[in-house]
Every structure is written in structure tokens, then in C-alpha cells.
Design a protein. Structure first.
Length: 404
């Protein structure tokens, strides 16, 4: 086996991207199952939306826990347990006949598993093994893996729902999830010894996780970052959960929703790579400002446009460019502020804020459609929150990137 450090780095990055392609690809297509589950069980859109909202919160809540496990014992164990839980949640969902059952299978098992195999553990694991100048692009490539997964999973799940039913599609999702196990094994082991390049930028002393948490919680910039990321979660969860419902309200076929989600994933591959490139050259807070501001403009343009298939595809492409491309600059700011030793934990807490927003986006969307028959007020809230997120990132304390 080659001992070339560059090849080892690329292998690590691509493995992490592969795991994220499966965990994020599956998670981002749950909205496609809302209508079929409602038709089969009669539980109601609000009840099913609540289960998905719980999954949004649980996905975030597990991130710092999984990050702490990975920081202490290495990422392989956290990832393997996550993949198994995710597969179990998908496989058990067709057997659930109550709202509480859906909360257990989708909201807890599936979400905890996909969360343990997500950004905080994967980006933290890679960041600890790479020199500082490569981390931004590495996080962009890993993020692009998740977007590629969404591009593949959205039309695949819609096709499976059509041909083998929603239950068969979930069983298939469980099997695909288990395919990530060999990749988690390749990422096993404790944190690799730092290279000289890494040591040069690492924190001079390791005072422990508790001290790192106290330092982060006392930092105003860390909380401003949380506030912006909260909005990102609201926006994404609302769309992945209720975009199929919006498409149906506009009288368009269900395939428009699945292809829109796929286009979002495809566009975000480019957006993630651009974000990874950008954080190595510009302050991440400015990248985040323009990403959130563009979302406010795009949602306003969508509301003013005729509701055709082309409108949805263009809307998806525009939103997709920034969809999860917020992750590399957000993780980059956390790494700049506090180093990489506990990045998985500290970024995991930031993702928890993201998913508190996600809980509200998914749940309130269900309430809105049930009570008012449309999502109009959700769109207005989305515009206001995106504008807020853009502004709140500007005061963040962040050093300029080091010259390449």
C-alpha cells in the first residue's frame, strides 16, 4: 500500500464523502414519504410532519454526542453504530401504525443514526488529519458527497415508491445504508498523530473538552454563528419536508418534487466545492452573508413567479448552490476560533442549533398547511429569517485566511 501522504488524504476525504452521500442522501428524501404514509395510515400530515420534525431535532442533538465519542475513541465506532441505527429506523417504519411509532422509528432511530454518520464526525475526523491549508477544500468535497447522495436518492426513492411502494422503498433504503459499513471500518481508529503541518496550527495545549466548551460558550462569535445556522436549518427542513406538498398544491406531478430535490443536490455539489475553495481565500463570515442573503432573494422571486415545472427547477438550482454549502464556512469559523482538537464536538453543537431550526421548519410547515391550506406564511418567515441570518454573521470575529 502506498505511503504517500497525499494519497492517504484523498482516500480519507473520499471515504468520508461516500459515507455522507448515503446518510444525507437518505435523510434528505424523507419528505417524499409524507403523502404515501398519510394515505396508507391516515395519521394526518401534522402528525407525520411532527415525527419528521423530531427527526430534525434528534439529528442535531446527536451530533455533539457522536462528535464527543469520535473525539475520544475515534470516528469509526460512532459511524458504524450510526449506520446500523439508521438502517433499523428505515426498516421499522413500515410497521409503525401510530404517531408515536413514527416518532420512534423516524424521529429517533433513523435520525440518531444518520446524525452519527454526518458532518460533525466526518469533517472533524478529516480536519484532524490534514494540514490547515487543505481543510477548507476537504470539507467542501465531503459536503459535495452529501449533495451527490441527495441527487441520486431523490429520483431513486420516488421511482421505488412508484414501483414497489413506500414500504419497499424504505426497506431498500435500509439495505443501502448498510452498504456504508465497510467505509466506516476504513475510518476506524483513534485520532491519527498530527503531522508537523497540523501541529503548527494546532492549539498549543489540550486543556480538555470541558475547558473547550467553556471557552466556546463564552465567545460571542460562536453564538452569532449558531443564530445564523438556526435559520439555515429552518429553511432546509421546511423545504425537504414540504416541497412535495407545495408541488401538489400547484397541481404538478409528484416527479417534479423528486427532481427538484435532485437538482438541489446536483447544484449543491458545485456550491460545496466553491465554498470549500472560497474559505481558503475569503473570510467565511462574508461567504455566509451572501449565501443567506441570496436565499431571501430567491424565495421572494419564487413567490412572484408563475408556478410551473420550470419555475421549480430554476428555484431548486438557485437554492441548491447554497443548500448545504453553508457547512464548510461554518465549520471553518469554528476551527479558526477554537482549533481542530474538539471540532467534532463544537461543530456538533452548532449543528444542534441548525436542527432546532429544522424542527420548527418541518413542524410549523405541517401546521400551516393543515390550518390555512397553504404555505404562504412559511415562505414569508423564510425570507425574514434568511435576511436575519445574513446580517447576524457580519459581526463574527474571524481572522483572514492565511496566504496560500
Amino acid at each position: 500500500m502506498s505511503t504517500d501522504p497525499a494519497l492517504k488524504h484523498w482516500r480519507l476525504i473520499l471515504l468520508a464523502a461516500g459515507v455522507l452521500a448515503i446518510t444525507m442522501g437518505a435523510r434528505q428524501t424523507l419528505g417524499l414519504f409524507v403523502s404515501p404514509i398519510n394515505t396508507a395510515t391516515g395519521l394526518g400530515i401534522t402528525t407525520i410532519s411532527f415525527a419528521i420534525a423530531v427527526s430534525q431535532f434528534m439529528w442535531g442533538a446527536i451530533q455533539p454526542v457522536a462528535g464527543a465519542v469520535a473525539d475520544r475513541y475515534g470516528p469509526g465506532r460512532a459511524l458504524a453504530v450510526g449506520v446500523i441505527l439508521m438502517a433499523a429506523g428505515a426498516a421499522l417504519t413500515p410497521w409503525m401504525e401510530s404517531g408515536l411509532g413514527l416518532v420512534w422509528s423516524i424521529g429517533i432511530l433513523f435520525a440518531a443514526g444518520s446524525g452519527a454518520g454526518s458532518f460533525s464526525v466526518l469533517i472533524g475526523a478529516v480536519a484532524q488529519r490534514l494540514p490547515a491549508q487543505r481543510r477548507g477544500m476537504a470539507s467542501g468535497i465531503i459536503n459535495a458527497g452529501g449533495s451527490a447522495g441527495q441527487f441520486v436518492f431523490a429520483p431513486l426513492m420516488q421511482a421505488l415508491i412508484s414501483f414497489v411502494g413506500w414500504a419497499g422503498a424504505l426497506y431498500s433504503m435500509a439495505l443501502i445504508a448498510l452498504a456504508a459499513l465497510p467505509m466506516t471500518r476504513a475510518l476506524r481508529g483513534q485520532r491519527a498523530p498530527a503531522t508537523p503541518a497540523v501541529e503548527a496550527v494546532a492549539a498549543p495545549t489540550d486543556r480538555g473538552l470541558r475547558a473547550a466548551l467553556r471557552e466556546a460558550c463564552a465567545d460571542r462569535s460562536y453564538w452569532l454563528l449558531h443564530a445564523g445556522f438556526f435559520t439555515c436549518g429552518f429553511h432546509i427542513a421546511f423545504l425537504v419536508t414540504h416541497l412535495p406538498g407545495e408541488v401538489d398544491l400547484c397541481g404538478l406531478p409528484a416527479q417534479v418534487a423528486s427532481w427538484s430535490l435532485g437538482i438541489i443536490g446536483l447544484a449543491n455539489i458545485a456550491g460545496s466545492l466553491y465554498a470549500g475553495w472560497g474559505v481558503q481565500r475569503y473570510r467565511s463570515k462574508y461567504i455566509l452573508f451572501w449565501m443567506y442573503a441570496s436565499r431571501a432573494v430567491l424565495v421572494a422571486a419564487y413567490l412572484a413567479a408563475p408556478k410551473t415545472e420550470l419555475t421549480f427547477y430554476l428555484f431548486a438550482a438557485g437554492l441548491g448552490f447554497t443548500w448545504l454549502a453553508t457547512v464548510p464556512p461554518t465549520a471553518g469559523v469554528v476551527g479558526k476560533l477554537f482549533g481542530t482538537r474538539y471540532l467534532a464536538t463544537l461543530f456538533g453543537l452548532t449543528l444542534l442549533s441548525h436542527q432546532i431550526g429544522g424542527f420548527l421548519g418541518a413542524w410549523l410547515g405541517g401546521i400551516a398547511i393543515t390550518e390555512t391550506g397553504s404555505y404562504q406564511w412559511m415562505w414569508y418567515a423564510d425570507i425574514a429569517l434568511a435576511a436575519f441570518a445574513a446580517v447576524v454573521n457580519l459581526p463574527i470575529r474571524e481572522a483572514a485566511p492565511a496566504p496560500a
